[in-house]
Design a binder for this molecule. Sequence first.
Ligand SMILES: *[C@@H]1O[C@H](CO)[C@@H](O)[C@H](O)[C@H]1NC(C)=O
Length: 392
Amino acid sequence: MASPLTKKVLVPIVAGTEPVEATVPIVVLRRAGADVTVASAGGGGLVVEAMYGVRIVADALVAADDCAAAHFDLIVLPGGVPGAANLGGCAALEAVVRRHAATGGLYAAICAAPSLALASWGVLNGLEATAHPLFVDKFPPEVAAVDASVVVDGNAVTSRGPATSTEFALALVEQLYGKDKAEQIAKEMLVRYEAGYTINEVNSVQWKCDGTPKVLVPVANGTEEMELITIIDVLRRADADVVVASAENTVDIAARHGMRIVADTTLDEAAADQTSFDLIILPGGTPAAKTLSSNGKLVTLLKKQAEASKPYGAIGASTAHVLEGKKAAAHPSMVAGLMKDGAGKRESRVVVDGNVITGRSAGTAMEFAVAVVEKLLGRDVAQRVAEGLLFA
Ligand SMILES: *[C@@H]1O[C@H](CO)[C@@H](O)[C@H](O)[C@H]1NC(C)=O
């Protein structure tokens, strides 16, 4: 049960929301103990189609009384095109944020949302703020643009884009819970603030991929949201044909930190299709990793993948449960190497052993996903995607 001291956070989402920018604050604030309401600011129902085909089921509607009349300690606006403009045009949300700001509440926005929502409502007037480099020009003269990953001024916190989402979310944790809590979560998640990535590679081989790669991303209840959404977002930015397939009976997944995400299909259907995948990537999350490791269809697909010398990989809990498990084609050298080193060893955040790629945790998800793109589609495509994420 939420105690009266529980901090309440509203994260509005809408068609065209950038899914990483929504997911990271939701997950990080929930890890800190906040009661986060994900609310649709769109006209339809609870299912929101974010960018890159990511479908998120909201907990509530912004226009409904449980949002419009409720008190929040923090309101966080994710960006995205046209998501940020859609949030900016939502009259119910504007009324909620204006009232919240007028009564001294903390509010935050990232990417295009500082310009297209907060600044357009006048709640950044007289303050320093940042935004995505393509949207800083859209600030009115009353807002002082600052070139920084995260800017805190008065009750407004602003940030630049997908690659600064984690730093942004941790700054919000610091505002609500203090610096120690933010540092503790950063440590647990193995967060690194610098952009860019290093691939620690052994047994180097060229991954096979002709044309548009078909990528299978299996999910289950308990899948870690940051790992899942970052993988989908980054691979679709690289124009991969990503199939998100549920190992549950339904395509509606209850993820690790309570986000509800709609998969494209079930694993049964994806496996029945007889198509071969150019790549299989498993997001983590302990409960889901267990479900995935005992899914016969997936184990068969992974075995075939290994036998055909085609790439596959995993991040977080799935590295241990799926790749190390006897049923899947394990690469013990890689798994042992990944597990035994110290947390501070930067080069082992992403490990490639032949056709197998592994990443350590939610805090390494963007490094992992961009490294996957580099191995599959080459450095130029990875560079383009990294630039789009502001991760270069
Ligand atoms: C998985 O989550 C979905 C969505 O919340 C739920 O309907 C389903 O019952 C869950 N499945 C299991 C096996 O718990």
